[in-house]
Design a protein around this ligand. Structure first.
Ligand code: PNS
Length: 166
């Protein structure tokens, strides 16, 4: 990661792809923190729809108007990445009750691994609480309409992917 990035809050995730729920969380975060670093997990077990580089580029395009939002990818443990950035806040979105168990587990494990880091949960606008990257991918794969559920750069990339896929 380049040394000029000194984010105060890190928003980690798979973002495969970024959807409007994520965008809403970033919009809320920039009102609370002077800098937000969106951190794309690169070494996921799952085969992603978009490569880490593509996801970083799509998120950068989405937040072009926000100089306080930076985007990068990371691999390995999130707490190790936090140590490298020097940031103390992990941001996560909490949509519905079913998110709670997974998020609570991760927050407590990260606290055990690195007590200096705090996890802060933000809730998205109600209209985005049902959104998930998994559902977006499923609907897109089956030819459904995902307009308005993802930001324009992601919509364009999905359309291009459909155009180029066999
Ligand atoms: O968007 P996701 O898939 O819910 O994001 C999950 C993510 C990337 C935040 C989480 O899987 C993660 O932090 N992975 C990095 C590896 C790690 O630190 N694992 C231990 C978490 S307690």
């Amino acid at each position: 990661m380049s040394p000029h990035l000194q984010p105060l809050a890190v928003y980690p995730g798979s973002f495969d792809p970024l959807h409007m729920g994520h965008v809403d969380i970033v919009h809320r975060a920039v009102r609370l923190f002077p800098g937000v670093l969106v951190a794309v997990l690169a070494n996921t077990e799952k085969k992603p729809l978009f490569s880490a580089e593509e996801r970083v580029a799509l998120i950068q395009q989405t937040f072009l108007q926000y100089p306080q939002v930076k985007v990068t990818s990371f691999s390995g443990l999130l707490v190790d990445f936090m140590r490298v950035t020097g940031a103390r806040v992990v941001l996560r979105g909490m949509r519905v009750v079913s998110d709670f168990e997974y998020e609570f587990q991760m927050a407590l494990m990260n606290r055990r691994l690195c007590p200096e880091v705090e996890t802060v949960f933000l809730t998205p606008q109600e209209e985005f609480t049902y959104l998930s990257s998994r559902l977006i991918k499923e609907i897109w794969t089956l030819g459904g309409d995902i307009r308005g559920l993802v930001p324009p750069p992601v919509q364009a990339a999905l359309e291009q992917k459909r155009g180029t896929s066999p």
